[in-house]
Design a protein around this ligand. Structure first.
Ligand SMILES: Nc1ncnc2c1ncn2[C@@H]1O[C@H](COP(=O)(O)OP(=O)(O)OP(=O)(O)O)[C@@H](O)[C@H]1O
Length: 268
């Protein structure tokens, strides 16, 4: 996947985005393209506005300025019906899974499906169980409440809910945060496998260098209130900007490169 992708492959197109809270300008003149079928990793220092960007694209955080097109629809100008139809074509997984604590995992996954008129409850239940198994949770997890699950299982449940309506795009906010390294690698493999098998486009906010190596086709770096640079991991290693250089050449970056090479060696 390269920066020269054809414009009609663009599935998300952000132009001139501005987000401001009081006098605090988080984004200014931010442009970003996400291409169909790719896994885009969004990185940047703490407070650079990665989550705000995700929330702007998904309509949860109305920006001060700019245009946001998703799947050919201008998100900011869409009427309620158009927005509802659009929201059915994407799924969002928030950091903590954002599950309803009073519902079982299966009931949580069924929540987005309740918007489908005339869907038989038994079929809805079966579909929810299918999503639960797709994310690698044991069958019995469907009957459990979020509080009865480990952090990693809750994240998987959150992903199952994001996949409830067979979306074309999934937005993931720090999916591996708080997981141990083995759990994080397993989650990386799950994201990669689902993206490839379902043809999903993935917008993935992360701090996790291992995830960038293992999962992402392309990286977008947020700095100086905008998307400073986009490209492959290899492209990132050539960028001279101080934050980008430190992030992609620091001790953690070297450890992640060693781990990725080790993994490639095992597979090869
Ligand atoms: N609703 C809000 N009201 C006021 N300020 C906000 C609001 N949402 C976000 N911000 C501010 O916007 C900035 C960007 O926040 P955001 O959570 O997007 O950063 P981030 O890059 O995701 O950070 P981190 O990597 O630490 O999660 C922060 O300074 C935050 O305090």
């Amino acid at each position: 996947m390269t920066k020269e992708k054809a414009a009609d492959d663009g599935i998300i197109r952000v132009r001139g985005l501005k987000n401001q809270f009081g006098s605090h300008v988080v984004h200014e003149n931010l442009d970003l393209d996400v291409y169909r079928g790719e896994i885009l990793g969004v990185v940047g220092g703490s407070g650079t506005g990665k989550s705000v960007l995700l929330r702007s694209i998904t309509g949860l955080q109305p920006p001060s300025e700019g245009t946001i097109d998703v799947l050919g629809t201008n998100v900011r100008q869409a009427d309620d019906d158009t927005r509802a139809a659009l929201e059915a074509r994407w799924g969002v997984m928030f950091q903590d899974g954002a599950l309803f604590s009073s519902l079982t995992v299966r009931e949580n996954v069924e929540v987005p499906m309740r918007a489908i008129e005339g869907l038989d409850p038994d079929i809805r239940r079966d579909l929810a169980d299918l999503k639960i198994s797709m994310v690698g949770l044991p069958y019995l997890a469907g009957d459990k409440y979020p509080s009865e699950l480990s952090g990693g299982m809750r994240k998987r449940a959150g992903l199952a809910r994001a996949l409830a309506l067979d979306p074309e795009i999934v937005f993931l906010d720090e999916p591996t945060a708080g997981l141990d390294p083995i759990g994080a690698s397993a989650f990386d493999a799950l994201i990669r496998g689902l993206s490839r098998s379902l043809g999903l486009t993935v917008f993935l906010v992360t701090h996790d260098l291992d995830t960038l190596h293992a999962v992402c086709d392309r990286i977008a770096v947020l700095a100086e209130k905008r998307v400073l640079v986009t490209g492959t991991m290899h492209d990132m290693s050539q960028v001279e900007h101080p934050w980008v250089h430190e992030y992609f050449h620091g001790p953690r970056a070297r450890a992640a490169i060693d781990a990725a090479q080790c993994d490639a060696g095992r597979k090869g």
